[in-house]
Design a protein around this ligand. Structure first.
Ligand code: NCD
Length: 297
């Protein structure tokens, strides 16, 4: 049994093995590897794709699903997060947890008798999103090595970006950072990435020479927009792509998109963000198999 709290829990070989396993599930959409198991999703924050694709993945591997909702639970009576998790782990075989506080999944792992998968903890990490991002890049390009990946938007509060960067340390990929000053990548992460970051810019159009552009929305729920002087000026449109990007540039986004990619990009060959979201199901099937110990890597 394996928990997945940080993307740093996986090495290069394990990441690639999980991508190969996801590719098998892409071809074979249903299996019985988790027959008899119960997967519980405990989301203390809103989610559409992550929760639904985990629940779909669980059902497609033969598991049963229990959905915990904070609003109708004993949290309302004052029960602690730890007690909730301790109890939940005796009712299910795998816990999938999303929480607004950094470190919540690690805290859950410490008291859980079942493996815990971090489905996003505050602005810290979102490792399963990263796994489907990497799988999407591999599907599109054959390999991550040798690619240039630009990350754009809210690099300060975006947990998907933080996990993706940590994962890219395992690969020979070049990184471009594009963010308005107030949403720049935290210094400690930047330091950790070292010379893999080839340059940093405050202008979106200067990031478009990459092979992949990873757009993100401003994480308004994690700060006071007034206090940080938030500007809505990081918008990707088709005219901008046609003017500045190479034809082969592919645009990724963890979604939800708010207004940072205009809808005219959707029908263009640059768009792979909806395919990326669909890849969440086969990848999360592989991750559930990894967590339950039926897939060894
Ligand atoms: C991301 C998240 O929750 O961090 N969404 C997702 O899981 N697909 C990104 C976001 O909310 O902006």
């Amino acid at each position: 049994m394996n928990s997945l709290i940080s993307i740093k829990d996986l090495n290069r070989q394990q990441i690639l093995a999980l991508c190969s396993q996801a590719a098998l599930h892409d071809k074979n959409k249903e299996c019985t590897t988790l027959d008899g198991k119960i997967v519980m999703t405990l989301f203390f924050e809103p989610s559409t794709r992550t929760r639904l694709s985990f629940e779909s993945a669980a059902l497609r591997t033969g598991a049963k699903v229990l959905t915990f909702t904070a609003e109708s639970s004993s949290l309302k009576k004052g029960e602690s997060f730890s007690d909730t998790v301790r109890m939940a782990s005796s009712y299910a075989d795998i816990l999938i947890i999303r929480h607004p506080e950094e470190g919540a999944s690690a805290q859950a792992k410490a008291v859980s008798s079942a493996p815990v998968i971090n489905a996003g903890d505050g602005k810290n990490e979102h490792p399963t999103q990263t796994m489907l991002d990497l799988y999407t890049i591999i599907k599109e390009r054959g390999s991550i090595d040798g690619s240039t990946i630009a990350l754009a938007g809210d690099l300060k509060y975006g947990r998907a970006v933080h996990s993706l960067l940590y994962a890219l340390k395992n690969f020979d990929a070049k990184i471009i950072l594009a963010a308005p000053q107030e949403f720049a990548l935290p210094e400690d992460i930047k330091k950790e990435m070292g010379s893999q970051i080839i340059y940093q810019t405050e202008y979106l159009h200067e990031a478009l020479e990459a092979d992949f552009l990873y757009m993100t929305r401003v994480q308004k729920e994690r700060f006071n927009p007034q206090a940080e002087g938030y500007k809505e000026d990081f918008i990707l449109s088709l005219p901008l792509l046609e003017q500045k990007a190479k034809k082969s540039l592919r645009v990724l986004h963890p979604l939800p998109r708010v207004n940072e990619i205009t809808e005219d990009v959707d029908p263009s060959p640059h768009n792979i963000y909806f395919k990326q979201a669909a890849n969440g199901v086969p990848m999360r099937m592989a991750l559930l198999e990894y967590a339950s110990g039926v897939f060894l890597c």
